[in-house]
Design a protein around this ligand. Sequence first.
Ligand code: IPM
Ligand code: MG
Length: 358
Amino acid sequence: MTHKITILPGDGIGPEIMAEAIKVLDVLQSAHGLSVAMEQAPVGGAGYDAHGHPLPAETLSVARSADAILLGSVGGPQWETLERHLRPEQGLLTLRSELSLFSNLRPAILYPQLAGASTLKPEVVSGLDIMIVRELTGGIYFGQPRGIRQLENGESQGFNTLVYSESEIERIGRSAFEIARKRSGRLCSVDKANVLEVSELWRQVITRMGDEYSDVELSHMYVDNAAMQLVREPKQFDVIVTGNMFGDILSDAAAMLTGSIGMLPSASLDCNNKGMYEPIHGSAPDIAGQGVANPLATILSVAMMLRYSLNEVALADRVEAAVGTVLDSGLRTADIASDGMQTVGTTAMGDAVVAALQ
Ligand code: IPM
Ligand code: MG
């Protein structure tokens, strides 16, 4: 069976790291029996430059028809002054919402080979393996009404709406409970139920679902405390489920615990496990074009894609093992090198993973 994959390199370092991910897909095809049909399309600033829009109609339709989407990164200073609806980020947000990719999985794993990279004490983070499940197509990111209005006194007022319906909470809850079930069986739901009605409903719905998933140990935490606990004692968490904005913030904090944001992949899934896969890091315009970016988060995104959308679990294991082999051999891009270690560039790192897969 041939899997249809849409490749969206995007902006900044996106095209460089994507080239390495494509090499990995190529070797999986030539040496391990994978069959994929890849089609590339522009998104973000590249979409704007090519077609005047961060999500060109053609790109959306190619993405719609694919089994999975692999995205590099979007954004850069040259597009920051565009009107909001034309900015690169809008391409990403529209893809998420048009394709109903409501379940965003953001693992924060500390690779033992990189234990020294975290700014936290090794004993606090060693062995860290957290999965944040972030709701991605609702909440304050998409709630209506929104805008900037003129008050009677002449002052401007900005406003957004934080809304979650029962069904939206239930479907992200289901994603999270199912994942917790396959891991250690612990789920922490993060909200702000002491202040927000929308969180009160969130907590009710998740609690009710907890009865159905009685094998999962469910807890609840307010988001401010969760932020504190993440840096105080992160290993108390296994799976965290939360809304769109809280998840945006907590997932950056969790990523930093590992000290190597250049290593972390993510998945955004719809209800049929069709998904978009991307590194957690951004487009890093400051190093774009220099050939020094770390391609491993994108390569690990390929592994997540194989696991969650393409049902090629054995190949996913292989890719993750190959990354481990390369780290064991001491190869480091600049972002994950500790003092005095020699570093390699984007291409050499990609080549090493390919060699480990051959
Ligand atoms: C993320 C990013 C995006 C978000 C931006 C680029 C729109 O921060 O994926 O976490 O806020 O969701
Ligand atoms: Mg973010």
